[in-house]
Design a protein around this ligand. Sequence first.
Ligand code: 3HC
Length: 286
Amino acid sequence: MKDIRNVAVIGGGTMGNGIVHVFAQNNFNVTLVETKKELANRAIETIERNLDRMVTKEKISVSDKEDALKRIQTSLKLDEAVSDADLVVEAVPEIFELKRKIFEEIDKSAPEHTILATNTSSISITKLAAVTGRPEKFIGMHFFNPVPVMKLVEIIRGLETDQNIAETIQKLSEKLGKVPVTANDSPGFVSNRVLMPMINEAIFCVYEGVATPEAVDDVMKLGMAHPMGPLRLADFIGLDVCLDILNVLYEGFKDPKYRPSPLLVKMVDAGKLGDKSGEGFFKYDK
Ligand code: 3HC
């Protein structure tokens, strides 16, 4: 199998720019693919800011930062960007039809040896793999926010993912300084199947008047040593993203235990999405 040197990351949003950051910091050549120049520029600015933060904390040197930035290119052309990629990591919004379109195009333009990975948080890996002509080279590579900080990469094997591909991606994750944990394809995988019901239950506590958002979060921070309470974390992830994932669990298992809290639905309807909209369970500076 060809060594992975060139990586294309599709999407420069919160997860995408973090993924580009860790690949570039760990000596890979990365092409960040976006749909507009302004979005690509914004992603690079975020990466620079996060690399600066690491320089300030003396985790990397100024020259490490500059070298990492030199390894990043941006592109608005998906077909060109993947034409010499050994690995493509897709990190676009959680809309199946959008991902389908992108993977069909990647599959046409990427060389035969290229591994296709998705950072989806809950869409079926098997279903996404099936839109390509190479389901054996398709895998879930699920990073966690903030990507430069969180140690986990959840690796999800689709029904047809080749064992060698899974092992290659495990080793690659270690080269990124991460800890890979492997799961089979199932709604929400492990991470969101465990995390989202906890967040949903925290929202039910507020909905039913059991406690305030502050009190719910204090219980989990002070009693269970969580770095963020579940409601602060829900805001950080995005309430729309939490709702989408709960719906995937609910529909995937057909089990009422995953039904989203009506309060979560209402907040998303009101545009209160958490950090990104300036308000969720708590208020933020935009
Ligand atoms: N890039 C680089 N470094 C960053 C960073 C970023 N984007 N964000 C934070 N950091 C660094 C800081 O510089 C700091 O470094 P230090 O340890 O050397 O001082 C360290 O991370 C901690 O940051 P802060 O001191 O600013 O703030 P906190 O101590 O409050 O930590 C946090 C922030 C790391 C976000 C912490 O609150 C945390 O771990 N929260 C839980 C996050 C979590 O659960 N993420 C998973 C979400 S689920 C997901 O992503 C999956 C999806 O499918 C839903």
